[in-house]
Design a protein around this ligand. Structure first.
Ligand SMILES: Cc1cc2nc3c(=O)[nH]c(=O)nc-3n(C[C@H](O)[C@H](O)[C@H](O)COP(=O)(O)O)c2cc1C
Length: 320
């Protein structure tokens, strides 16, 4: 089984990925948060930082593109190929209304014929391999049958399935049947993504989906950065490693972002997930969220580490 870090906008930035690789590792493929294509503009400074090879050394990183235009996808893929990338990922899952109304993200699933046309051009012209990260439809599970038929027309490097429809956002339980159908129908490697929060979740999914090549972890891995190492060899995360990991991310954000508020803003997003790894996290999380000065933020984090323990890695520890 391969393990993959899910792309998470604002969270799994290159700074996060690098620190993660330094302190934990055990991830086979890292996906960048989505990069939107632009008609005429070049990549922004922020987008470029994500994909610069020197920011991703030692890791297998796959850039993810969000677009409704095959032409723009191919243009960006060519630029990525020149930087040395051999695979690029198409986002067919983002549920945000600002994205789907422009027929991007999960919005591309609304009309399978148009999806087919877009993929035909992409697969004909893209100079590097293309993988796809997808939901199973916009509103209803039955939409998956036609979408899967479209996917079966192409040599997809890997199909990562988050088996919810767009309408679910992150509610309702991910379904395994659509993933089984994909494993039956497609030749390409299939990866499962969704609500893998503990060792037992990964075990259950692997048992119920024979033939699965990979599991992609998002929120569960951000909450417990040691989760993949626990899955692989039973080792649990400890406070010292978590603290060093945290400090490295904070230091890097403080170095590259202007002003302590921006660095803290990034850290606060992480704490939304990571605080749940501690016994009794609520009062600390609230104070972290309220902190306006770095010194206050750091003193709350110090107290959290000193006063609380890490929770046991059982299956009901996280609620996102
Ligand atoms: C804050 C946040 C940002 C996300 N950003 C992206 C993104 O840039 N690209 C993408 O394909 N999915 C994105 N996702 C979806 C995740 O990659 C993943 O599919 C989802 O969280 C379900 O997996 P999980 O239950 O393991 O978290 C994001 C999810 C969250 C919560």
């Amino acid at each position: 089984m391969y393990y993959e870090m899910a792309p998470m906008e604002g969270i799994t930035t290159y700074i996060y990925r690098r620190a993660y690789f330094h302190y934990f590792g055990g991830i086979d493929r890292y996906y960048t948060p989505f990069i939107s294509t632009h008609k005429d503009k070049a990549l922004s400074h922020k987008e470029l930082q994500e994909i610069l090879p020197e920011h991703n050394e030692g890791m297998q990183v796959i850039p993810q593109i969000l677009t409704s235009s095959a032409q723009e996808f191919v243009k960006m893929a060519k630029e990525l190929a020149q930087m040395g990338y051999t695979e690029v990922n198409l986002n067919c899952g983002c549920p945000s209304a600002t994205v789907t109304t422009k027929h991007k993200g999960a919005g591309v699933l609304e009309n399978p014929k148009q999806l087919d046309q877009m993929l035909a051009e992409i697969f004909e012209k893209c100079p590097i391999q293309v993988s796809i990260k997808t939901r199973i439809g916009m509103e209803q599970d039955w939409e998956w049958e036609d979408i899967l038929e479209v996917y079966s027309h192409y040599q997809i490097a890997e199909l990562i399935i988050h088996p919810r429809v767009r309408q679910d956002f992150y509610e309702n339980t991910p379904r395994l049947e659509p993933v089984k159908a994909a494993l039956d129908k497609l030749q390409c490697p299939v990866s499962y993504n969704g609500d893998l929060f503990c060792v037992g979740d990964v075990k259950r999914v692997s048992e119920q989906l024979p033939g699965l090549q990979a599991c992609m972890l998002g929120r569960g891995l951000i909450a417990d950065p040691g989760l993949v190492l626990t899955i692989r060899n039973g080792a649990n995360i400890n406070k010292d490693t978590l603290r060093a990991f945290h400090d490295e991310i904070l230091e890097e954000y403080s170095r590259v972002l202007s002003g302590e508020k921006n660095a803290m803003y990034r850290m606060k997003e992480l704490w939304f997930y990571m605080s749940q790894l501690f016994t009794e996290p609520d009062k600390y999380r609230k104070k972290i969220q309220k902190a306006e000065k770095l010194a206050v933020y750091e003193s709350v984090v110090n107290r959290l580490f000193a006063e609380q323990e890490l929770v046991d890695p059982d299956c009901n520890r996280f609620t996102f």
